[in-house]
Design a protein around this ligand. Sequence first.
Ligand SMILES: [Zn+2]
Length: 260
Amino acid sequence: MTGSMERVGGLAAWAPDRVPPRGVDLSPRQELACAVRHLDIAGFSENMTGHVSWQRPGRDTLLVNPWGFWWREVRAADVIGVDLDGAVVAGSWDVTPAIHIHTELHRRRPEARVVVHSHPIHASVLAAVPELPEIVHQNSSILADEMTVVGDYDGEVDSPVLGAALAEAIGDATVALLVSHGVIVTAPTMAEAVYKSVLFERTCEMHLRLRSIGEGATPIAPRFQSQLKASLIERAAPAYWDGAIRQLVAHEPDVLEEGS
Ligand SMILES: [Zn+2]
């Protein structure tokens, strides 16, 4: 019995009493380094390309991974600080001009405190078409009404002007598939940004597998998409992120190193 009424999801439907602890207190640099490495493990990065940027509330600078390090090897000590004009203001390394993809989104979108950009393989295949994935699975509902395609390819985004044009093309979308390039995901928190990024790449892979067997996805009614979306953002994202940090720190404790 599915009914036609709106279905409540998220913490309003159920809130856990006991949540496994993260197990470690992280500095912002440590948390960003964990995000970069975890996204690589989850198949989101293309070795060293792209950035995870984080403009914490009240700050006029971003934390970001530097140029030249593969995502898999970034430590907290490698994370740099960058101002909104793209200049490095803290840390030992450079950032590429592609940081303007991030600065211009942070400037325009108050809720986009975390911006993730890379070229994961399944998203990049769909970006080549370009074609957005269907909502192929209940957990793809986190993407419902969030995605857009930027269909004009304009070469490397290496200036504030090009970054601004891209941000305008993205508009209010929190997931943007860039033709012949990759994907941008934005979110208010690191937990949501990481989880949504992983689910987007997984959704693209499922979409492509369905295509390969000549099938499309069975539609999920919008009211269930909103129910699931609330649960995925409010309940699953924080638990996912804490679990990812626990496993990463257990297996790769050097990610937390803050000294050079
Ligand atoms: Zn890129």
